[in-house]
Design a protein around this ligand. Structure first.
Ligand code: DGL
Length: 249
């Protein structure tokens, strides 16, 4: 049985856990939501790097053998420093699904929804650079999306107004594929899909990250599959949002 540490700025990372547990149902999960410091989106990289190190210390102290950084913003800001600081610990990060979107678009325009921190990260800019000769990539920060999810507001008039304000500019540009570049956003997916309409595909990279997690565990020689399922949830702040989102899974 593997002990898998997962963290996010808040409860959004549970959208990644949800995919991992489908492939690895008999492991011990430690999920840490950094609610007291959420959102990470506009915070300086150095701040997120400090939080990522503190959380990694906690999770590895609790026995995590692998860490999934279930946060695009923390991946962009901190995964390189984490790998350098903990060379013996495997880390798995998030990546906006620009490649499958670029291969799948018919209109030649893809829309990326992510935080400001992710959109200015060097990893994203590099990926973008690889594809923008062939497709047009338009971006929008999901303004207020993280706050909605943390408050458990996933539908209704308020959520619709907030989500429309960030999704419609991408549709107006002609995007026929929307990439969810923040792990909170999949909880708003039904609403995003309703606003976007049937001609627009929405891509969440979490299933690909889950498959990658299986490979990393195998390559690291960490045995899986022989334990009873268990999850321990931790929060640096109020556990309310974690409890709310977890109950939806
Ligand atoms: N869930 C996060 C991400 O994937 C962080 C959002 C935030 O805290 O701003 O980017």
């Amino acid at each position: 049985m593997a002990t898998i540490g997962i963290f996010d700025s808040g409860s959004g990372g549970l959208s990644v856990y949800r995919e991992i547990v489908k492939l690895l149902p008999r492991e011990h999960y430690l999920f840490f939501a950094d609610n007291a410091h959420c959102p990470y989106g506009e915070k300086p990289a150095s701040y997120i790097q400090d939080r990522a190190r503190t959380i990694t210390d906690i999770l590895s102290g609790l026995g995590a053998e692998v860490i999934v950084v279930a946060c695009n913003t923390a991946t962009a800001a901190a995964i390189a420093t984490l790998r350098a600081a903990y060379p013996a610990l495997p880390f798995i990060g998030m990546e906006p699904a620009v490649k499958p979107a670029a291969l799948g678009t018919k209109s030649g325009v893809i829309g990326v929804l992510a935080t400001a921190g992710t959109l200015k990260g060097s990893k994203y800019l590099k990926t973008r650079g690889q594809f923008e000769d062939n497709v047009r990539i338009v971006e929008h920060v999901g303004e207020g999306f993280v706050e909605l999810v943390e408050r458990g507001i996933l539908d209704g008039a308020e959520a619709e107004k907030v989500v429309r304000a960030s999704v419609e500019p991408l549709l107006d540009e002609g995007a026929d594929i929307l990439v969810l570049g923040c792990t909170h956003y999949p909880f708003l997916r039904p609403l995003i899909e309703r606003i976007a309409g049937p001609g627009v595909q929405v891509i969440d990279p979490a299933p690909a990250v889950a498959r990658h997690t299986v490979h990393v565990l195998r390559d690291s020689g960490i045995p899986t599959g022989d334990g009873p399922f268990r999850i321990d949830l931790y929060s640096s702040g109020s556990p309310d949002s974690l409890r709310r989102i977890f109950s939806l899974l």
